[in-house]
Design a protein around this ligand. Structure first.
Ligand SMILES: Cc1ncc(C[n+]2csc(CCOP(=O)(O)OP(=O)(O)O)c2C)c(N)n1
Ligand SMILES: [Mg+2]
Length: 372
């Protein structure tokens, strides 16, 4: 379906992914480091709370992806929109949502960012333009593409960042979304966080083109691949991608990072060899970044200690807040499921019958003599 309405410039030439020249200040570098440490400590504490059965449902962590998360989120403007998958605690933190409200959501409590009804996979905060948190692989892509279409239709200057894992690039919605974004020149950056694994399947096993950013070529979309363990490089690549998207050329960015633990907290990841796990540990983005800054004299041992202590305090306060928050009122269970009433939505509570009891069917023989 052709679209003609847009106020956006439509460059015909392919924009480059060249890094903008904004070298971060020492203060920004420190802020990146502190952000990464906060995500690490938050996720480690979430894993502990999960194993203590304080957190229910599924729980996926950003352990190993801290540099990607930090670099990406730092390139966004406050008015931009973020859509992501279920591995999203770090993004919510880096977007500035209070750690207390995120932890309370993981605990399923009323003060959680989704009022306790979403849990780990469904963080949502309209004020932060953090549009979720989706458990269906690829579910966020059509929604994010639709948001970009809405922005474009009203001539807005915001952009959408739509995150996904490497495994998501084999879902139909990936191809449909990129195709539409390209022909409609939507203000959107699709970001593949390539941690090498979709659950237990490697990228090489699942993808005929394992250099995932190259898939953009099928849609004549600009793309780039960046070292996801370097927050400064990720920020620069994301800034360039966002500038491209705002100018009417959507972008596919691939950040190559790693996963330090299992797919979710309960996954012992037995499908990974010892060497693989050791390689992931050796590439730990926080240790690597700290070593680089220490060597350059741009970070001190004292600043590292302070960052760890402050992160621990923030996370401890978040846990205390979550523990003290009440469970949601069961009467609000269906308040956030549909925006408008749905005809056959049974609205039953756990333990209640699926549909109202039907009138009893008589088993007595028919009195009119007719054969049944
Ligand atoms: C449509 C759909 N299919 C399958 C699943 C089960 N599933 C959950 S996560 C996942 C792997 C996704 O991997 P990737 O996109 O790389 O994200 P990562 O977990 O590595 O962040 C699968 C297959 C699902 N949630 N939704
Ligand atoms: Mg993955």
């Amino acid at each position: 379906m052709p679209r003609t309405t847009t106020s956006r410039a439509r460059p015909r030439s392919k924009p480059t992914a060249a890094a903008p020249s904004d070298t971060p200040s020492e203060a920004q570098e420190l802020a990146f480091y502190r952000q990464m440490v906060l995500i690490r400590r938050f996720e480690e504490r979430a894993a502990r709370a999960y194993s203590e059965a304080r957190i229910g449902g599924y729980c996926h962590l950003n352990l190993g992806e801290e540099a990607t998360v930090t670099g990406l989120m730092s390139a966004l403007r406050a008015e931009d929109y973020v859509f992501t998958n279920y591995r999203e605690h770090g993004y919510a933190l880096a977007r500035g949502i209070a750690p207390e409200r995120i932890m309370a959501e993981l605990y399923g409590r009323a003060d959680g960012v989704s009022k306790g009804w979403g849990g780990s996979m469904h963080l949502f905060d309209l004020a932060a333009r953090f549009m979720g948190g989706y458990g269906i692989v690829g579910g966020q892509l059509p929604l994010a593409t639709g948001a970009a279409l809405a922005i474009d239709s009203r001539g807005g200057d915001e952009a959408v960042v739509c995150l996904m894992g490497d495994g998501t690039t084999n879902i139909g919605a990936f191809h449909e979304s990129l195709n539409l974004a390209a022909i409609w020149k939507l203000p959107i950056v699709y970001v593949i966080v390539n941690n090498g694994l979709g659950m237990g399947t490697t990228v090489e096993e699942a993808s005929a083109e394992p250099e995932l950013h190259r898939r953009a070529a099928a849609y004549r979309m600009a793309s780039a691949r960046v070292d996801g363990n370097d927050p400064v490089a990720v920020r620069a690549a994301a800034a360039a991608a966002l500038a491209s998207a705002r100018a009417g050329a959507p972008f596919l960015l691939e950040a190559v990072s790693g996963r330090l633990k299992g797919h979710s907290v309960v996954d012992p990841a037995r499908y990974r060899s010892r060497e693989e796990v050791e390689a992931a540990r050796a590439a730990d983005p926080i240790a690597g970044y700290a070593a680089r800054l220490l060597e350059a004299g741009r970070l001190s041992e004292q600043q590292i200690e302070d960052a760890e202590r402050d992160a621990d305090r923030t996370v401890a306060a978040a846990v205390a807040f979550a523990e003290a928050s009440p469970h949601p009122d069961p009467d609000t269970l269906f308040d956030y499921t549909y925006a408008t009433p749905v005809p056959n939505d049974s609205r039953r509570r756990p333990g209640e019958p699926l549909f109202p009891t039907m009138p009893a069917v008589s088993t007595a023989p028919s009195t009119n003599g007719a054969a049944a």
